[in-house]
Design a binder for this molecule. Structure first.
Ligand code: PEP
Ligand code: MN
Length: 360
């Protein structure tokens, strides 16, 4: 995309001394709640005050947002605190109302990014706007959908464009609400290096005590900002109660985060190094995760062998696996010696697991 430099410029022009911070409640609930949290965040590093007005809920019957009345409360936030405002838009009507009420930053939610028709409708409604528009990743780990949404919005001549990484849903139960799949965000960054990318640790983790770590990883990966759900009484929030933090906790998180600035050659080297190291950390975690999964499958085989009273070690099968993996390894630049040693270790662990199952 040739207007890349243009895209990045809006964030650089803000000349922030720290990454962009967007904070505020998941949902606007009452006027008092919206104003109370905004006043708590007024003299902090928060740049944009977020509040969901229309809440796309996966299942009906949950709180679906207060609707357009909430936009008046956001206007009041701006008047009383000077904070700029942000909300989610999911159709043309939302866009028209948000623009009418002078919301400064609009984002497209994960459930909308999956739908090209909706994205196009929003892009058409936003044509030529000078507001900031951020596109959340789609709920499913599909890079093309995310890229497609960026392309649709960019074609609508929106200058201040960016993306939000909020993780991806899976059928599997994990410690995350939405698994980060960092490599997807890294891939998007490398396709559009000048598109600002914001991390949303709230929707990735679903739990307030994990927010600091995910935020730090994002900064280590050179993300440009954070969007963190913040509520004065998180446990009583009408939506996403478990993941919201209090304003004072948010201030603490922002104080404790290590922010890496790129100012000179040395800093650039350090920043590149920490970016690569963060990628290694992500991959190492995936390795451990995948090995854990392999051993679980192995336990299942142990159960079967126990029922049938079959020996743990099946030499033919083992030799076949090794031969295949040596070839696979070669195609990825891994030496035969390394593949052999690694698989010997994996195989030994697998045998230990099965022995344990069989002798249990
Ligand atoms: C939100 O930001 O409150 C929200 C609904 O997020 P997402 O679209 O990432 O689920
Ligand atoms: Mn939320």
């Amino acid at each position: 995309m040739e207007n890349n430099k243009q895209m990045r410029k809006w964030l650089d022009d803000m000349n922030l001394p720290h990454p962009l911070v967007i904070a505020g409640p998941c949902s606007a609930e009452t006027e008092d709640q919206v104003l109370k949290i905004a006043h708590d965040l007024k003299d902090t590093d928060v740049n944009y005050y977020r509040a969901g007005i229309w809440k796309p809920r996966t299942r009906p019957g949950n709180f679906e947002g207060v609707g357009a009345i909430g936009l008046k409360w956001l206007q009041k936030v701006k008047e009383e605190t000077g904070l700029k405002t942000a909300t989610e838009v999911a159709n043309r009507n939302h866009v028209d109302l948000a623009l009418e009420h002078d919301v400064d930053l609009l984002w497209i939610g994960a459930r909308s990014t999956v739908s090209p028709f909706i994205v196009q409708e929003i892009a058409d409604a936003l044509e030529g706007t000078d507001k900031i528009v951020l596109i959340k990743n789609p709920v499913n780990p599909d890079l093309s959908l995310w890229l497609g949404a960026v392309e649709r919005l960019a074609s609508s001549n929106i200058k201040k464009l960016g993306v939000i990484h909020r993780g991806f849903s899976t059928y599997e139960k994990t410690k995350y609400r939405n698994i980060p799949e960092w490599q997807l965000a890294i891939e998007l960054q490398s396709k559009f290096p000048d598109l600002p990318i914001i991390n949303d640790p709230s929707h990735i983790t679903g739990k307030r005590d994990m927010i600091f770590d995910v935020s730090q990883t994002a900064l280590d990966l050179n993300f440009d900002g954070l969007m963190i759900e913040t509520h004065h009484d998180p446990d009583s929030a009408w939506s996403d109660a478990a993941q919201q933090v209090t304003p004072s906790r948010l201030v603490q998180i922002m104080q404790d985060l290590r922010i890496r600035k790129e100012t000179d050659a040395e800093a650039e080297y350090n920043s590149k190094l920490s970016n690569l190291r963060a990628q290694i950390d992500v991959i190492d975690n995936q390795l451990i995760d995948i090995l854990g999964k392999r051993m679980k499958v192995s336990d299942g085989i142990g159960e079967l062998k126990k029922q049938k009273n079959v020996a743990v070690l099946q030499t033919n099968r083992w030799n076949a696996i090794l031969g295949k993996m040596i070839l696979e390894g070669e195609s990825k630049g891994l030496s035969e010696e390394f593949v052999l040693r690694m698989f010997k270790a994996i195989h030994q662990e697998s045998i230990n697991h099965q022995e344990k199952v069989i002798n249990a």
